[in-house]
Design a protein around this ligand. Sequence first.
Ligand code: SME
Length: 163
Amino acid sequence: MMTIKLQTEKKINSYKTAKKQLDALLENETDTILKMATINAVLKQQLPYIYWVGFYIADIHKQSLSVGPYQGTIACMHITYGKGVCGSVALSQKTKIVKDVTILAEGEDHITCDPNSKSEIVVPVFNKQQQLIAVLDLDSEEFDAFDEIDQKFLEGILSVFQH
Ligand code: SME
């Protein structure tokens, strides 16, 4: 699987197309799993720089994340809050962009599910009550594949879990 980085303008256009598709597909949809599966499918199709996209479902009582709907190579199934990029976002509840995952401490600051991963973005997912229900993780085989454009559009797309 090869990932291809996009110029800013192409990236914005890809997200605009993705947003349009998701608005049409998820209009009046209430099922959380169905929303997650559809977001994965659309993002995987529109963003050539990602090889993995998926949700980790938050369990506040166990303080752990379990893998939910995803597309890509086989994922780690359980992540403790505070561990790796996903676990750190579960705690901070703020989007995190990592331009080079290879320099992070393995098992602590980054959990390597696939050695080809070079950069990633993880975005918190909230429900209508503003509670964290999941995190969305996008991974690339390119260094520095994600920036504030990804953050802005992904946070916008994920607002679908608030209605
Ligand atoms: N990279 C993540 C682990 C999940 S996999 O990439 C699918 C992390 O460190 O949080």
